[in-house]
Ligand binder design. Structure first.
Ligand SMILES: Nc1ncnc2c1ncn2[C@@H]1O[C@H](COP(=O)(O)OP(=O)(O)OP(=O)(O)O)[C@@H](O)[C@H]1O
Length: 261
């Protein structure tokens, strides 16, 4: 087990607005984390730092043994997979699924006429098959359904075989069948001991896949509660961070919740 992330009193100020404040958090390679919190709690800002896209204004963030204050972002980028809809928007909609996935290995958002290496082509084929996209290789991104697009984002984020995988709301906006399909795939992936450390942001406890081990509950830019999911994902902690009374139900490794207003 290796430490992959360490936040020590990390704060992030954007345009004079404090978005993350004095946050302490450790993640090791065997852990799979869920981040939950109200809108604006700072979840995406935290992921942006974990990806090395943003450096803390004060405190220290270490990603894969690299202090972000001195790390070379180009060196870090292939080692951290980051799937989110804002990242996906950087890829031209006319790009094919196959090119959108394989260009991750070249730290690019689109194909610019380069010849891909055989090893990358083989890896892309394998990743596409793993995420049930083999029949979609030649389709353009604009032609994909929401569920297919989300699977493409995940496939692209793991193309480089990263040591840390960040997923920002991978099931947002999906119908129930597509959501369950991705949750099942993520559950299998999380259960594989050779998978990287995974950190997934979601708004709903119903979207926590089986196999996730830890939860970080954010409130006002801070880590209000963090630890093993069984002892940390509680009605009291959820009620604290969402500011309403929440009832939590568990069923066979999955969760559901109801708020009482
Ligand atoms: N560039 C910026 N300038 C000023 N404030 C910002 C900036 N970026 C983010 N914020 C603010 O920081 C806070 C945290 O934003 P962030 O997107 O990290 O929250 P979040 O928990 O991911 O929210 P959501 O659940 O709605 O996606 C929000 O109040 C947001 O308005």
């Amino acid at each position: 087990m290796v430490q992959v992330l360490k936040f020590s009193h990390a704060s992030l100020v954007r345009d004079g607005h404090s978005v993350v404040s004095d946050l302490n958090w450790d993640v090791t390679s065997d852990q799979r984390w869920i981040i939950l919190g109200a809108n604006g709690a700072g979840k995406t800002s935290l992921l942006d730092m974990a990806a090395g896209w943003d450096i803390p204004t004060s405190g220290q963030v270490t990603v894969l043994d690299e202090d972000l204050a001195t790390a070379d972002p180009e060196w870090l980028r292939p080692r951290v997979g980051y799937a989110s809809s804002s990242m996906a928007k950087r890829i031209p909609p006319t790009e094919t699924v196959s090119d959108a996935v394989i260009t991750a290995a070249y730290a690019a958002a689109e194909r610019r006429g380069e010849q891909f290496e055989d090893i990358d082509i083989r890896r892309a084929r394998r990743v596409l098959a793993e995420w049930r996209l083999e029949g979609f290789s030649d389709r353009t991104l604009v032609s994909l359904s929401e569920g297919e697009a989300k699977r493409m984002q995940i496939a692209r984020s793991i193309m480089t075989d990263p040591e840390l995988l960040l997923l920002d709301e991978p099931t947002a906006g999906l119908d129930m069948g597509s959501r369950e399909e991705i949750l099942q795939m993520l559950g299998y992936f999380a259960g594989n001991p050779s998978a990287p450390a995974i950190i997934m942001v979601t708004h709903h406890v119903e979207e926590i896949p089986r196999g996730f081990t830890h939860v970080l509950l954010m409130k006002d830019g801070t880590a209000a509660h963090a630890g093993p999911i069984d002892s940390t994902l509680t009605e009291a902690n959820l009620s604290d961070v969402f500011g309403v009374k929440i009832s939590l139900f568990t069923n066979n490794g999955r969760y559901s919740a109801q708020a009482t207003l």
